[in-house]
Design a protein around this ligand. Sequence first.
Ligand code: AMP
Ligand code: MG
Length: 490
Amino acid sequence: MQLPFDNSYARLPERFFTRLVPEPVSAPGPIRVNRPLAEFLGIDADWLASSDGTEVIAGNRVPEGADPIATVYAGHQFGSWNPQLGDGRALLLGEVIGADGKRYDIQLKGSGRTPYSRMGDGRAPLGPVIREYVVSEAMFALGIPTTRSLAAVTTGDEVYREGALPGGVLARVASSHIRFGTFQFFSSRQDHEALQLLVDHSIERHYPESADSDNRALALLQHVVAQQAALVARWQLVGFIHGVMNTDNMLISGETIDYGPCAFMDDFNAETVYSSIDHGGRYAYQNQPGIAHWNLACFAQTLLPLLDSDDNAAVELAQSTIDRFPELFLDAHQVGMGQKLGLTLAGDEDEALVQDLLSVMSQTGSDFTLTFRALTDRVGNDPGASTVADIFQLSELFNPWLERWEKRAARETEFPGNRRESMLRANPVFIPRNHLVEEAIRAAEDDGDFSVFERLVERLAKPFDFDPADARYALPPAPEQIVHQTFCGT
Ligand code: AMP
Ligand code: MG
């Protein structure tokens, strides 16, 4: 099997990356191949699942046409500037063209040390590999822009963290791995030539509709601001907490990347933080839009020398572009919330309706996902439909709000299409709940049993279709199942 590589990033100048091959592992073993994704990328899924394919993902064999590189970047981590990061435990094997005609990176994560590993071992324990596979594919099924998981393997080697853990490698797929931090790296070195190359590469790759723009840097900034606003609105609407929104973990493509200490909220509390390293709650649920805005300001700053030859004019262009973020975010959030509530939201009264719902949810500690699903069940009258009534009931404290919502809905004239259908598509019932992810990790790490992981991945591929037989995957955690903290993949 030859992978149909065409490696455009590796054709950039040498200072963008380091060429090197993955470090081999002792005993590669297959965990899972994402067959539909493989086929989409023009890769034979049977080959990928074979021992040859497993060796490639484990890094023991470099496939023909690959040109493995570790890319360099910098970034603000928890607000502190770090001038030198880079792929410390990952390698970009190469790029392929998908069935949609678009370009995709295939990256190995956990493939060994690189010049950017700093103190790290370049490896990934199995747990984080499982978490990233489950959550990234669940995000994809939810329709949220994301990197994806092509395959996962075991290495047969131990990785030392608090103790010895089994190691794994994940093959990650992304539209690109160009981060805000990639721009920051060259900006901090005042390498304007590299910045221009990066802008051109990014525009041609992600925003070709702006190829003819007479200010490509400005066009790129506008696209990135819009994509981030749309993305973070989508996160908020499903209760997703990224957990480590450092500028090196933000992609200019607008895809979600870096499923480290991430988690979906169970009961609604806007202050929720899961990450074990986020002591100040910088990346709490309610802070995500503000942090995205802050990250965009860092990104915009890197483009200043390209935006205008006059410094003041450049600052003004950058500022006015990032100033649009709050409005773009609020618009995207309102449209999405409207779909969740089966309303075309507009004006202050509707805004109050949304805020009041969130405050009842918060007061009652109601499950974020199931609350919206229970609302969906109150709309339309499909007698055969499965409802979540057996597993979740809205508290009586919702009654005054429900009356207001129903009155408002009776006045609704503009909502397009079938209200129930549209709410069903906006309100998932199966999300990658932390205790389920943890259960899959425990079975894999402790017993080498991947069946729990497999079943979870398969269930989450259809997040909107409730099946009472799978009720356990929709249930919030019992008190003893609650996972309070998540940890980085490091
Ligand atoms: P993250 O927190 O996952 O975004 O990673 C931040 C930086 O640390 C990136 O440059 C990673 O490549 C690097 N890094 C994380 N884990 C490891 C590891 N086990 N070995 C080497 N580098 C790592
Ligand atoms: Mg990262």
